[in-house]
Design a protein. Structure first.
Lengths: 153, 164
């Protein structure tokens, strides 16, 4: 069972980022109307979709290596495939046009976790630059991946 | 039956003297604060029905929500906004009578909180604020996953957390 133990993200990190909220007034004051400063992140979304498929393939390889992992990892594989489809659509890629990821030789839980951790970090970076329209989806992918990293520890 | 503890707050209050993005961000912060008020109520209510291990975790999460409530309140005050108050009472989706219904209440509370933080990510006028919203959204998703496991919901981790 992939139990979450303890407040994993930690109070320290929470307090650090709290400074960002408290520092709001000057940030808001410096803000100009409009959203032009956030570039279209379509390319980044498609790269995230490809990474999602790679994660799913890695999970499949891990389950092939150790079928007992299926219960723990299958929800992750399903989630990453759903992410891929949503990111493709948001990035303007037609259905079925995505590249098929190479089949990994073998994988274990640690390899899956590291890969998903990388995906979470990428998403957390992309969300900052994404348009308001795209930011919600990217944040969802980031949050889902980050929660799996915690669950797989 | 209303699935949410907090009714969605909708627009309003624009006085025409502020830039829209700043006003939208303040409203998103108020929604986050309302979610934290509701979460604090939910954890306080659930505690009495949880076994020691879960109660210990719930107490830790309750403190985290209290910290968040204070931080968001202070941020709103600094922005010249009056922070929204807690409701005198909340209506849980189902009566809280045992461990399962108490855990289910916490699923609802964290689901609402994640949605509110996601909304802040979308509406934040600055990188810092968007980053802060994402961090809290992730934390809420992790907390929510624990209570979803406790209530046998599948998947424990939602595919699109915060989406309502």
């Amino acid at each position: 069972m992939a139990g979450v133990t303890g407040p994993v993200l930690g109070r320290r990190r929470l307090l650090v980022s709290a400074a960002a909220v408290v520092a709001l007034p000057p940030v808001l004051a410096a803000c100009s109307p409009g959203t032009d400063r956030r570039a279209d992140a379509s390319e980044a979304l498609l790269a995230m979709a490809d990474a999602a498929r790679r994660d799913a393939a890695l999970v499949a390889a891990a389950v092939t290596s150790d079928p007992a992992l299926a219960g723990r990892l299958e929800p992750l594989r399903a989630a990453r495939l759903e992410h891929a489809a949503a990111l493709d659509e948001a990035g303007g890629r037609p259905p079925g046009a995505a590249p098929v990821p190479a089949t990994p030789q073998a994988a274990d839980v640690a390899a899956v976790r590291d890969s998903v951790d990388g995906s979470a970090r990428t998403a957390s970076e992309v969300v900052i630059e994404a348009s308001a329209l795209q930011a919600g989806l990217v944040a969802e992918v980031a949050a889902c991946c980050a929660a799996y990293v915690v669950a797989l520890q | 039956m209303n699935r949410h503890l907090v009714p969605a707050q909708d627009g309003g209050g624009q006085d025409g003297t502020e830039q829209p993005s700043a006003q939208v961000a303040k409203e998103a912060l108020q929604r986050s604060l309302a979610g934290e008020h509701a979460a604090i109520w939910a954890y306080s209510t659930a505690l009495a029905f949880l076994p020691p291990d879960a109660a210990s975790r719930a107490r830790t999460e309750l403190e985290a929500h209290r910290t968040l409530r204070r931080e968001v309140s202070e941020a709103l005050t600094e922005l010249g906004e009056r922070p929204v108050s807690a409701q005198p009472a909340y209506t849980p989706p189902q009566p809280v009578v045992d461990e399962l219904s108490a855990s289910a209440l916490l699923v609802t509370a964290e689901t609402d909180a994640a949605a509110a933080w996601r909304s802040l990510v979308e509406r934040a006028p600055s990188r810092e604020m968007r980053q802060a919203g994402l961090t809290r959204m992730i934390e809420s998703t992790v907390r929510c996953a624990f209570w979803r496991r406790a209530t046998d919901r599948s998947p424990a981790i939602p595919v699109f957390p915060g989406r309502s």
